[in-house]
Design a protein around this ligand. Structure first.
Ligand code: PGA
Length: 244
């Protein structure tokens, strides 16, 4: 495969600044020398970003936020701007994670607005998409991806710095992983709509990473639970490095 694999850890609401600094230092040690050609990213909660950036310095690991607002500044309580993130050394962000969509009212439109602003401001973006269990059961997966990815494709003027993460909602935090074939099929649909790297997310672990990452259109992984432990995240990075 021409492009390097990306292994990204989404910490969600885990690890404050102290723990984040220690963890990233451990991860730098654990991955030193074996992540050549691999794009390794951690996405800590907002208050831990600066500590993670400091610990990652020179270690080959990028620090991304979990979301970002589309405005430069303004009356948007609780939100952070692209400039604020860049000021502390953050180099990218997730947008449209299914937890943001399901619990905090994120839509295809707000997800696209966040992606557009982040890309324009020089941040890399991992935009998350994926169908619900009922949608897969009703054979609506392709239709859902067309809607979600279509909104992104219509909004962005450049795909430079843009990655999509396919995260079937039924596989997130459930221990139930999409099969490598299901992931490959969905990734091919996404790439037809938007030709960018596509990561798989949903219960990725050291035990299933190699098989998923070996699929031709799987360009990396977005890892939740298994990214919270340095040894298991480093093992997934090693799997990514082997299939790069
Ligand atoms: P999980 O989470 O690996 O714990 O399933 C993935 C995600 O939500 O990005």
């Amino acid at each position: 495969m021409a492009i390097a694999q990306t292994i990204a850890g989404n910490w969600k609401m885990f690890k404050g600044p102290g723990e984040a600094g220690t963890f990233v230092s451990e991860l730098v040690q654990a991955t030193r020398g074996n992540i050549a050609g691999l794009d390794v990213v951690v996405c800590p909660p907002a208050t831990s970003l600066a500590a993670a950036v400091a610990a990652a310095a020179g270690g080959g690991i990028d620090v991304f936020a979990q979301t970002v607002h589309w405005a430069d500044e303004g009356a948007f309580t609780g939100e952070l701007s692209v400039g604020m993130l860049r000021e502390i050394g953050v180099t990218g962000t997730l947008v449209g994670h299914s937890e943001r969509r399901q619990l905090f009212g994120e839509t295809d439109e707000t997800t696209a607005s966040r992606a557009v602003a982040a890309l324009a401001g020089g941040l890399r973006v991992i935009a998350c998409v994926g169908e619900l269990e009922a949608e897969r059961a009703n054979n609506e997966t392709e239709q859902v991806l067309e809607r979600q990815v279509g909104a992104l494709a219509d909004a962005v003027s450049t795909s430079d710095g843009l990655t999509v993460a396919y995260e079937p909602v039924w596989a997130i935090g459930t221990g139930q992983t999409a099969t490598a074939e299901q992931a490959q099929q969905a990734h091919a649909v996404i790439k037809r709509l938007l030709p960018v790297p596509v990561l798989y997310g949903g219960s990725v672990k050291p035990e299933n990473a190699t098989e998923l990452l070996s699929m031709p259109d799987v360009d990396g992984a977005l890892v939740g639970g298994a990214s919270l432990d340095a040894a298991s995240f480093a093992a997934i990075c090693a799997a990514g490095s082997a299939s790069s």
